[in-house]
Design a protein around this ligand. Sequence first.
Ligand code: MD3
Ligand code: FE
Length: 226
Amino acid sequence: MPEAAGAGHLSGHLFGDPEAEAPWDEAIAPGAVLLRRHACARAEALLAAAREVVAAAPMRHLVTPGGQTMSVAMTNCGEWGWVSDRRGYRYDPVDPASGRPWPPMPAVFLEVAREAAARAGYPDFAPQACLMNLYRPGARLTLHQDRDELDLAAPIVSVSLGLPAIFLFGGLLRSERPRRYPLQHGDVAVWGGPSRLAFHGVAPLAEGHHPATGAVRLNLTFRKTR
Ligand code: MD3
Ligand code: FE
């Protein structure tokens, strides 16, 4: 049989991982694109850098202004960090748990975020905050909008690592029934333009094991905050 340019041949030697598949892009809404498996090649570097951030600014369960403890554990790196407490939601340059600035954004975080944004049509994305969300089985995010940022013209870039999750993507009204998208290890999403204020959430994480993270999912969201 002659050598064919089939998917097996093309994906078999990417980055030296015989299991690796070539990334592909999926437009899901105006201004929203999923860059499937885009971060797989740098997943180990992202996770190693994430562990260093967490050593300096541990994951914690924030309390909402309504007094509920969030099921997702969070920390931040970069100039600004997203925090929630009884007083409200805000970006703060200081980690309230330590009184110190958030750890700097690791170079590999910035590289992956900027490259994804550029691919989606935002060549000058300069994230000032990276919110790191840790999901254990059962953890979820109810439908919400991200509107604590002053510059809504900048996109949000998100990177999924570890266990898969069902992402819920709604419309500009809470009443719109969300569509469900599975997000897998290495998937990167860019949310901008008309999708920037869409309601979205994450369904409760199912139990599982992922070779890169074990029993958890880690999501990184990169934002321009002001
Ligand atoms: C769509 N995080 O931290 S990332 C969040 O998987 C958040 O941890 C989820 O929603 C997670 O606020 C989803 C994907 C995402 C992020 C921001 C968006 C999707 C978005 C903003 C507008 C529309
Ligand atoms: Fe969000």
